[in-house]
Design a protein around this ligand. Structure first.
Ligand code: UDP
Length: 291
């Protein structure tokens, strides 16, 4: 929108919220369609960002069949639309396709270690198939595709109840409740601020790269360290750290190798965790005050 594009947002609000796009409603370049991508869609567009799908473990596990349909039938519908109107299409894939990785950090050439029948499989395997579908449409039907493997991302407008670690810890710390560390907290993640992801997605859409590209922040940390970082951000909070059961198949380590994005897109994240967390904290404070 800020670059002057006409934007059509298509959402079924399974996990999204109208309040997140409220400020664009009524703008002459903006249109909102309440639609589920598992049903075909006929519109005229030049570019498609196929971002549909619940993405937090709590949400995608709450309705695994819906998650699978969105990332398979929904992806076929979006690829079909791209083919019909000659649009470029970017598919949102995920670091989850690497499963519980045995190679560290994860580069795009690594095939991953996923459990096809585990609790996370509805997301992991459906996203893997999404990549396969896009590649087939590219090779057989000449559709111009991009595949973004998105690593853990956080920032303002996250759903307060989506169960992800950053939103959980911030909300718990604001409410003086215990910070819920799952397992020993020694598992690692690498957290990317949302504006960095958006700039990466835009660059990838414009680039002529049809193979998958990792988009994430390579600064890796233990979940315990994240909890301490958030306690530091809210020094007056009375929250303590508590250890809870580790969910099954929770990946033990995750860190993107972003050399490909650096080389081909001239992209790398620029927002450090401390700044990103402060901005996200401000957002959740406002959310709590207004609700
Ligand atoms: N986690 C945690 N406490 C929470 C939520 C998550 O310790 O309240 C852990 C979770 O077990 C995982 C990591 O934080 O190891 C990241 O979880 P999240 O759900 O944010 O994303 P994931 O990378 O698992 O998709």
């Amino acid at each position: 929108m800020l670059d002057g594009h006409e934007v059509i947002v298509c959402d079924n609000f399974f996990t999204g919220r109208k309040s997140n796009i409220e400020h664009w409603l009524g703008h002459s370049n903006f249109e909102l369609i309440n639609h589920d991508v598992i049903n075909p869609l006929t519109i005229e567009v030049d570019q498609i960002y196929h971002l549909a799908s619940p993405a937090s473990p709590v949400h995608y596990m709450s309705n695994p069949i819906k998650t699978i349909k969105t990332n398979t039938i929904g992806t076929i519908n979006m690829l079909g639309l791209a083919k019909r109107v000659g649009a470029r299409i970017l598919i949102a894939s995920t670091s989850e396709i690497y499963g519980d990785p045995q190679v560290h950090p994860q580069a795009e050439i690594y095939w991953g270690n996923t459990n096809p029948i585990g609790p996370r499989s509805c997301y992991d395997e459906a996203k893997r198939l999404s990549e396969t579908l896009a590649t087939a449409y590219n090779q057989r039907e000449n559709v111009t595709i991009s595949i973004a493997r998105i690593f853990n991302t956080y920032g303002p407008r996250m759903h307060p109840n989506d169960g992800r670690v950053v939103s959980n810890f911030l909300i718990q710390a604001l409410a003086n409740e215990s910070l819920s560390v799952y397992g020993s907290g020694q598992q690692t993640r690498s957290f990317q601020y949302v504006s960095d992801l958006v700039s990466g997605l835009k660059r990838l859409m414009e680039a002529n790269v049809s193979s998958p590209v990792n988009l994430g922040n390579p600064v890796e940390m233990q979940i315990n360290e994240l909890a301490l970082e958030i306690k530091k951000l809210l020094p007056n909070s009375r929250s303590e750290i508590v250890f809870m059961e580790l969910p099954r198949d929770d990946p033990r380590q995750r860190k993107p190798d972003i050399s490909k994005a650096e080389e081909l897109l001239h992209w790398r994240p620029v927002v450090p965790l401390s700044r990103g967390l402060r901005r996200t904290l401000e957002y959740f404070k406002q959310e709590i005050d207004t609700n």
